[in-house]
Design a binder for this molecule. Structure first.
Ligand code: 8IG
Length: 273
């Protein structure tokens, strides 16, 4: 099935507007205030933050595609928060490593902005570099290093990325859990994990977490004028920091173990926004 974003002449913002209109029509909710992308280990948060008003299969929305993991249905949910605010939850992201290009990678964020969302909460799973972090530790993203050598922005639009990850929302998060640490997230292209030498490079560059998402999405969110919050679940120590090889299975298991705890934490933070 072809995706309208594949046409190089298509305007990605127009397709995001079409997607937002389809979401409004299918959910019956005209506007959303907050959007969330739930990555590895964070999915349960959707059940805790409020009442799901509508759930839509993402493939029915222009520009979205079926998830790469077989048997997985990507849903877009509209949730009514106790505060009366509306949250749009994007259940599956298109990763840059899938090779569909950066427009497809950031379409969820652009669609969220087109639904009216002013806050974009990006969550992910990552490998950690600070060796005192134990697997299962949630970390606030304070900044990022984008090692994809790509950008979601096309043309001469010199978007400022100072304070990309909202200080206000990080401080608000720490009123819920004062022990929350923060770190610099480094996006690699993936899908392979890093070599130990690459992890050492990241350490010297000032990075603390390695992963395969979020930075490109955060840039697109800023371009769209949204306030960004980033939350990473450190599921494993990065390659070479941990002495044993990385296993996708173990990474998923660590995410599952931490999921109820970190989802409850995120729900508590969202209740305060
Ligand atoms: I979960 O160690 C998870 N995602 N690049 N490296 C990269 N991505 C990850 C890792 C990791 N753990």
């Amino acid at each position: 099935m072809s995706n309208p974003l594949e046409d190089p002449k298509a305007n990605p913002f127009e397709i995001a507007k079409l997607a937002a209109a389809a979401i409004a029509e299918k959910t019956g909710v005209e506007q959303h205030d907050i959007a969330l992308t739930l990555g590895s280990g964070w999915a349960k948060a959707a059940d805790l933050i409020g009442e799901t008003v509508a759930s839509v299969n993402a493939v029915e929305i222009p520009g979205f595609s079926a998830p790469v993991v077989e048997g997985h249905v990507a849903t877009i949910r509209s949730i009514l928060l106790p505060s009366g605010k509306r949250a749009l939850v994007l259940g599956a992201r298109t990763h840059y490593y899938e090779g569909h290009g950066v427009r497809r990678t950031v379409h969820g964020v652009r669609t969220a902005a087109a639904t009216g969302a002013k806050i974009m909460i990006l969550t992910n799973g990552s490998g950690g570099i600070k060796d005192h972090w134990a697997p299962g530790t949630p970390v606030l993203i304070s900044d990022h290093i984008n090692l994809t050598a790509d950008s979601p922005i096309e043309g001469a639009n010199f978007v400022d990325l100072t304070d990309l990850y909202s200080k206000r929302l990080r401080e608000l998060s720490r009123t819920v859990d004062s022990s929350l640490d923060e770190g610099v997230y480094v996006q690699f292209r993936g899908p392979h994990y890093e070599t130990p030498a690459e992890v050492q490079m990241v350490k010297h560059m000032g990075g603390h977490l390695v992963g395969m998402s979020t930075a490109l999405e955060a840039i697109a969110a800023r371009e769209a004028g949204m306030e960004v919050m980033g939350f990473s679940l450190m599921t494993n120590l990065a390659a070479g920091i941990q002495t044993t090889p990385l296993s996708h299975h173990e990474v998923l298991a660590a995410g599952k173990e931490a999921e109820p705890r970190i989802s409850a934490l995120l729900a508590e933070i969202i209740a305060k926004i």
